[in-house]
Design a binder for this molecule. Structure first.
Ligand SMILES: [Zn+2]
Length: 431
């Protein structure tokens, strides 16, 4: 059995001096790191230098996070294009290839330089905040092949904390269960759906998940984690599960603490929330694209556009960490529609529907009538659910609360919304 006292899992920080910095000091710290990486990248990354020159910028023009707005955003598709033109890394690398330890290949394909000494802080901060401690025996069930996540990021971060890693990779569910049992494994890293597979397999094998296995902490990523699934898994195993967010290109961009209060931004990244159409920073409370800047000299991605949507909050978190947080991931930028000047995204539509168990199927349709946008929530109710005027009004009120745009509810008969219909169907024409 693990000799880690459960109460130790709830205390402390991986990097207390950084994680508890007062707001103003944090901004000063990040601005200073930013100036450093801008100078470095301008000198060593040809892609970054060209990007700066394309808009007439010199490193001295970027002094603060606010100045980042002047630099054009680099998208994943740009990485693919530039790598094709200038292989293998498109000029984004900040060191000669001879100084790399590994080269990773992600779908796209995108080539990623793997540094000799892995120093990224974010994933390890997230694991620590989730309760991982030195001495934990952990199965890492992310794929170790080709991509950087399992081998580079997760494995190194577990090592940094002092955990013992069993590099099981993905699949072989029955063997994974044996490994959990044999080593009294205390930690899980992987996708929530794979942890569910393991739970089902272990039950099928006649095991008691709490008595026969010893999972205590889980660090999940790469998939959405519905609260219902989290609760189910936490109860089945008697463990704590926290999620994290990031990309294989730039690393960790957010992690949950035990307070489950959004995702703290790690201290080695700058995360902006921007208007996807202008690239301008939106500040806390507004929905926009997550754009991130890394201080990694081997792969200095500056203003990398993730294509994911979120909202930033700076309200204090009771865990004591002072970094801003991303309030969950709300969907993809390319699924967003603007209605009466406000962004509407599928995550909000789901949020409205999730509050009414009697809703079977739903879709939002945006139309234009007399030069005005109209938004209609088309809803199919479950068979026995009554279609009342009161329910219609209640849902319309929820739409105003969640989406911030007025929308009309229309109840439809069963089968009216086709399978595979777009969640937000924008039917406006602009001729
Ligand atoms: Zn917190």
């Amino acid at each position: 059995m693990s000799n880690i006292d459960p109460s130790d899992r709830t205390k402390g920080f991986l990097k207390k001096n950084l994680e508890t910095l007062p707001h103003k000091k944090r901004i000063e710290y990040l601005n200073q790191k930013l100036r450093g990486i801008i100078q470095y990248a301008y000198k060593h990354s040809t892609a970054f230098k060209e990007k700066m020159e394309s808009v007439g910028l010199k490193p001295k023009d970027i002094q603060t996070i606010k100045d980042l707005e002047k630099i054009p955003i680099t998208k994943k598709a740009d990485l693919v294009d530039l790598q094709k033109k200038n292989p293998p890394f498109g000029g984004f690398e900040g060191v000669p290839i001879s100084e790399l330890r590994r080269i990773y290949i992600s779908p796209g394909p995108i080539h990623e330089p793997g540094e000799m000494e892995y120093n990224e802080l974010g994933w390890a901060q997230g694991m620590y905040a989730s309760g991982f401690r030195p001495g934990d025996i952990v199965i890492n069930t992310f794929s170790y092949h080709m991509v950087p996540f399992a081998l580079h990021m997760v494995d190194n971060s577990l090592h940094r904390i002092g955990c013992i890693v069993i590099p099981t990779g993905v699949g072989n569910t029955e063997q994974q269960v044996h490994i959990l049992k044999t080593f009294k494994t205390t930690g899980f890293c992987g996708t929530p759906s794979f942890l569910l597979n393991i739970a089902e397999k272990a039950e099928e094998m006649g095991l008691d998940l709490k008595k026969d296995l010893n999972l205590q902490v889980g660090f999940v990523a790469a998939e959405m984690l519905p609260e219902s699934l989290r609760t189910k898994l936490e109860e089945k195993f008697g463990m704590v599960i926290r999620q994290t967010y990031g990309t294989a290109d730039i690393g960790c961009l957010g992690y949950e603490c035990l307070k489950k209060n959004g995702m703290h931004i790690p201290d080695d990244k700058i995360v902006e929330i921007v208007d996807p159409s202008t690239g301008k920073q939106l500040g806390p409370g507004k929905t926009g694209e997550i754009v991130a800047t890394s201080f990694n000299k081997v792969y200095p991605l500056i203003r990398f556009g993730t294509g994911d949507l979120s909202i930033l909050t700076e309200t204090p978190c009771p865990c004591g960490r002072t970094s801003p947080r991303l309030i969950k991931i709300l969907g993809r930028v390319d699924q967003v529609t603007k209605v009466r000047g406000l962004f509407v995204h599928p995550g909000q539509v789901d949020e409205v529907a999730s509050r009414y168990p009697q809703i079977e199927k739903y879709q939002v349709v945006v139309t234009r009538k007399e030069d005005r946008d109209e938004m209609t929530f088309r809803i199919e109710l479950k068979k026995d659910a009554p279609r009342t005027e009161a329910l219609k009004e209640e849902i319309e009120k929820t739409i105003r609360d969640v989406v911030k745009v007025r929308g009309e509810v229309e109840f439809l008969s069963e089968g009216s919304i086709p399978e595979g219909a777009k969640k937000i169907d924008d039917q406006r024409s602009w001729e």
